[in-house]
Ligand binder design. Structure first.
Ligand SMILES: *[C@@H]1O[C@H](CO)[C@@H](O)[C@H](O)[C@H]1NC(C)=O
Ligand SMILES: *[C@@H]1O[C@H](CO)[C@@H](O)[C@H](O)[C@H]1NC(C)=O
Ligand SMILES: *[C@@H]1O[C@H](CO)[C@@H](O)[C@H](O)[C@H]1NC(C)=O
Ligand SMILES: *[C@@H]1O[C@H](CO)[C@@H](O)[C@H](O)[C@H]1NC(C)=O
Ligand SMILES: *[C@@H]1O[C@H](CO)[C@@H](O)[C@H](O)[C@H]1NC(C)=O
Ligand SMILES: *[C@@H]1O[C@H](CO)[C@@H](O)[C@H](O)[C@H]1NC(C)=O
Ligand SMILES: *[C@@H]1O[C@H](CO)[C@@H](O)[C@H](O)[C@H]1NC(C)=O
Ligand SMILES: *[C@@H]1O[C@H](CO)[C@@H](O)[C@H](O)[C@H]1NC(C)=O
Ligand SMILES: *[C@@H]1O[C@H](CO)[C@@H](O)[C@H](O)[C@H]1NC(C)=O
Ligand SMILES: *[C@@H]1O[C@H](CO)[C@@H](O)[C@H](O)[C@H]1NC(C)=O
Ligand SMILES: *[C@@H]1O[C@H](CO)[C@@H](O)[C@H](O)[C@H]1NC(C)=O
Ligand SMILES: *[C@@H]1O[C@H](CO)[C@@H](O)[C@H](O)[C@H]1NC(C)=O
Length: 465
């Protein structure tokens, strides 16, 4: 059993390729020393707007923010890496002018424990935010240890995550709480949420987190409608493009669902329950449903007890953050999930009479950083008629002790290692317990198969005597 507790952060020194650095900068703009301190501060290329460096600032640097601010005043692009550790800095606002952090070619290795390059912040106990307000571009992964005072990212403009090949080159934004955790979870602004969760190649950690207060009535110029608690769609404004909150559509609301026609983002949840709707065909523009925190209670998208419902159309839905559950009675809608590529959270297929899971051809990632509940991200349970599981594009399943469990379905899954291996085959560097079929690894099933073959062969030998 793999215990997936806190993500162990690596403290190793970063190293960009020497030749790459030479190519990117004028010789006079390369800071060779790496560790910046009060003794070599005068060697820092203060006049360059692009610098090349594997920069380290730590307790031994003996530098104050007042010294750092003028030093980095002109820096707009850094080629290389940044590590800041064991300082008393409260933010990185001395890098507020930085627009781009570009890394050397990162190994196309989605191993969360070891993103090679990037921005690393650890043991900065006083830090409250990143605060790099002009940072827009990066090709680097980010790792942050958050301590009690860390309350928000504040990188409102970070939105270009350069990657030539989105399927191979994931950028990880990893963060975790360390030390005493207050209930004061880190917050993401709606813009940050949109930038990070909307980017094709960004993989976010999931920790307890919340939305920051959002005062404006727009997000990127699009109209935001905030749903107060227990508010009904009857009272929802017209022309909403994005929705914040939990929107419940219940009996009597059927005539108001047209209001959702232009909605692209839901920062929260959508629950459609006990209506007489025959078709959910009013969410054609919905692309993202991202709900934080209340993971345990209800699904992010929930359609239940709609007796007349014949179809669910979600033609543009790309990402779901939360729980997606397919249960008895949902069978006829499952093909609507064809275009879903990412699920942040859990996908549960339970107690259906499906014979094939062949409707998730585009699903690439199911990721939950569910360190606390240890729940599996992908669960295929008790589907007695299930004969095949096809997930041809699945690359990564992360979350829980056993990230991908297949239990109580057709006995074939537990008896034939070929089925297990086929599922496993497409996954990238999956640990040995993925998938976990009726509490066995593929390897264990294979061993049983081989033993069975051996027994048959021994029997054959006996028979032939
Ligand atoms: C930086 O620029 C200033 C003013 O433009 C100039 O006086 C100084 O010599 C330059 N320093 C270096 C190290 O190039
Ligand atoms: C940070 O502050 C503490 C307490 O004021 C002090 O003991 C420590 O030396 C400081 N560390 C650095 C790197 O300045
Ligand atoms: C720390 O920097 C100050 C000047 O900023 C200097 O006087 C002092 O010697 C430095 N201390 C160490 C240990 O380098
Ligand atoms: C951030 O960018 C804006 C607009 O380009 C600029 O006016 C501002 O000076 C920059 N901030 C810093 C700290 O360099
Ligand atoms: C956090 O902030 C509080 C109040 O601003 C301060 O007293 C404390 O030293 C800070 N640092 C930590 C690690 O809590
Ligand atoms: C950031 O990325 C955008 C889009 O890829 C590009 O147009 C812009 O020049 C980049 N800016 C910097 C500072 O690299
Ligand atoms: C991404 O970065 C690479 C190398 O740094 C560059 O060649 C490529 O043009 C960039 N792509 C985009 C979309 O900015
Ligand atoms: C959707 O957007 C179109 C075009 O902007 C607008 O005419 C229409 O009224 C909007 N409908 C709703 C329900 O928001
Ligand atoms: C929906 O109906 C079920 C029983 O059929 C009931 O338990 C539930 O409270 C109803 N929910 C709403 C929102 O009406
Ligand atoms: C998937 O996306 C394609 C292209 O955007 C669209 O034509 C199709 O209707 C979508 N399918 C489903 C089931 O949503
Ligand atoms: C599957 O179950 C649904 C109701 O849950 C039922 O309408 C349908 O006929 C069943 N299909 C098969 C093949 O048993
Ligand atoms: C494996 O197959 C045998 C018979 O073919 C069946 O009795 C058994 O239940 C299957 N194993 C499981 C775990 O379903």
């Amino acid at each position: 059993m793999i215990h997936f507790l806190l993500i162990p952060f690596f403290y190793s020194i970063q190293c960009s390729d020497e030749n790459w650095l030479q190519k990117k900068c004028e010789p006079s703009c390369i800071f060779q020393q790496g560790t910046l301190d009060s003794n070599n501060l005068n060697l820092f290329p203060k006049n360059c707007s692009s610098i090349c460096a594997d920069l380290v600032i730590d307790a031994d640097s003996n530098l104050t923010e007042n010294e750092l601010i003028p030093t980095f005043k002109n820096v707009k692009i850094i080629f290389g890496t940044i590590i800041i550790s064991r300082t008393n800095l409260t933010s990185l606002k001395f890098l507020a002018g930085l627009e781009s952090l570009e890394c050397d070619d990162i190994a196309s290795d989605p191993d969360l424990n070891n993103p090679k390059n990037g921005l690393k912040l650890y043991k900065n106990f006083e830090m409250t935010e990143i605060g790099m307000i002009n940072w827009t571009n990066t090709s680097c992964s980010v790792q942050i240890e958050m301590y009690a005072n860390f309350s928000n990212f504040n990188v409102p403009n970070l939105k270009n995550f350069n990657s030539s090949d989105p399927s191979k080159h994931e950028i990880y934004i990893q963060y975790d709480y360390f030390g005493i955790i207050s209930q004061n979870y880190v917050c993401f602004s709606l813009e940050e949420t949109s930038n990070f969760y909307g980017a094709e190649n960004v993989v976010m950690s999931y920790q307890n987190q919340k939305y920051c207060d959002h005062l404006s009535s727009t997000v990127f110029g699009e109209k935001l409608c905030k749903i107060p608690e227990n508010e009904n769609i009857k009272n929802l404004e017209e022309n909403c493009q994005r929705i914040f909150g939990i929107l419940k559509i219940g009996p009597g609301d059927e005539n108001f669902v047209y209001k959702l026609k232009n909605v692209t983002w839901i920062y929260g949840k959508l629950i459609i329950e006990n209506t007489t709707l025959t078709s959910i065909d009013f969410l054609n523009n919905l692309e993202f449903v991202i709900s934080f925190n209340e993971q345990c209670e209800t699904s992010s998208l929930q359609f239940s007890h709609n007796k007349n419902l014949m179809e669910i159309r979600l033609p543009n839905l790309k990402r779901i953050f939360g729980i997606l559950k397919i249960g008895p009675g949902d069978e006829k809608f499952v093909y609507k999930l064809k275009n879903v590529t990412w699920i942040y959270g859990q996908l549960i297929v339970e107690n259906t009479n499906l014979t094939s899971i062949n409707f998730l051809n585009n699903l690439g990632f199911v990721i939950s950083f569910d360190n606390y509940w240890k729940r599996s991200s992908l669960q295929i349970l008790q589907n007695k008629n299930l004969m095949e599981i096809k997930l041809p594009n699945l690359k990564k399943v992360l979350g829980g002790y056993n990230p991908f469990v297949i239990t109580g379905n057709n006995g074939n899954f537990a008896n034939f290692s070929k089925i297990c291996s086929e599922i496993r085959h497409v996954l990238y560097k999956a640990p040995s317990n993925v998938p976990y079929v009726d509490r066995q690894t593929c390897e264990a099933i294979q061993k049983k198969n081989m033993e069975r073959v051996q027994i048959l062969e021994i029997l054959k030998v006996f028979r032939n005597r």
